[in-house]
Design a protein around this ligand. Structure first.
Ligand code: G1P
Length: 296
């Protein structure tokens, strides 16, 4: 089977209740780090990795997300008229080709595995990437590109992974490691949110390359942890069936933008990474820190 990955699934049906009241009227994927919505970071990462078709699994109330990808013709022509070419470039970089994005609806919040399964009819017998927009990753090359490069070597199914402290493993899918080859590990099992005795400290982070057989496993619509249909279980089924599953310890920093603390950390990191902001913002942060120290 070809190891070229050209499609990616973005499960964006979640309600984002952790960010209420903001998410009362805007999808959480539109929330911005500095000046770019979370979804733009995910799309840029996928494009850098060679993805050409983008499948969004949405739900009720996500209209603003669909609108975000429309070309802003009026805005473009007014920027053009006023010679604001820098802004025009920024805007144009976000434009997507007609037909490059498909939306499918998840009618019920039955879990991540179910959301991914909703995209099944848009896939042939081909591998597909999955990108969770809550996990924002700063990395060079971008994380999904690192994964696709590793996947060219390994084939099978691949998840992004990183070490987390033992007490945090209950918030993640966790790998049971059969063979540790350094950057790449081979899994002999995967457990979703283990309440106790995690098989390792290697947590699954929201980037996946799925073999087509994972979709078949999802057809069973088996309930797992928390009563939800879990993607982790469908990947673990691959191992049961004797097929390869790998984890890639990616190079980069991951921010959990599904949590408030993670979102704020990402804002600081991405703010400091901007040439036009780093001095003013960096000085401000240094002041805050010294005031905090003085108050102790
Ligand atoms: C999901 C997956 C989990 C993974 C995590 C990464 O969980 O189910 O296996 O470790 O994303 O962010 P969620 O955070 O959506 O509960």
């Amino acid at each position: 089977m070809s190891r070229t990955v050209t499609k990616a699934i973005f499960p964006v049906a979640g309600l984002g209740t952790r960010f209420l009241p903001a998410t009362k009227s805007i999808p959480k994927e539109i929330m911005t780090l500095v000046d770019r919505p979370l979804i733009q970071y995910a799309i840029d990462e996928a494009r850098a990795a060679g993805i050409e078709e983008f499948i969004f699994v949405t739900s009720r109330g996500k209209g603003a997300l669909e609108d975000y990808f429309d070309h802003a013709h009026e805005l473009e022509s007014s920027l053009k008229k006023s010679g604001k070419n820098d802004l025009l470039d920024i805007l144009r970089e976000t434009n997507m080709d007609s037909g490059a994005i498909a939306y499918v609806r998840q009618h019920k919040a039955l879990g991540l595995g179910h959301a991914v399964w909703c995209a099944r009819r848009l896939l042939q017998d081909e591998p597909v990437a999955v990108v969770l927009t809550d996990d924002v990753i700063m990395g060079e090359p971008p994380c999904l590109q690192q994964m696709i490069e590793a996947y060219q070597e390994t084939g099978g199914t691949m998840v992004a992974t990183m070490e987390v402290p033992t007490e945090k493993t209950k918030s993640y899918g966790v790998l049971d490691v059969a063979e540790d080859m350094g950057a790449i590990v081979r899994a002999r099992g995967m457990v979703e949110k283990p309440k106790e005795n995690p098989p390792s400290n290697l947590a699954v982070i929201g980037r996946y390359i799925l073999a087509p057989t994972v979709m078949e496993n999802l057809n069973k619509l088996k309930q797992g942890a928390g009563g939800e249909i879990q993607l982790t279980d469908a990947i673990a089924d691959e191992i049961e069936a004797g097929r390869d599953v790998f984890g890639l310890r990616f190079r980069g920093q991951r921010f959990d933008c599904g949590s408030k603390a993670g979102f704020l950390q990402a804002t600081v990191a991405f703010g400091l990474a901007r040439d036009e902001l780093k001095d003013e913002f960096g000085d401000y942060l240094a002041d805050v820190m010294s005031m905090r120290k003085a108050a102790e």
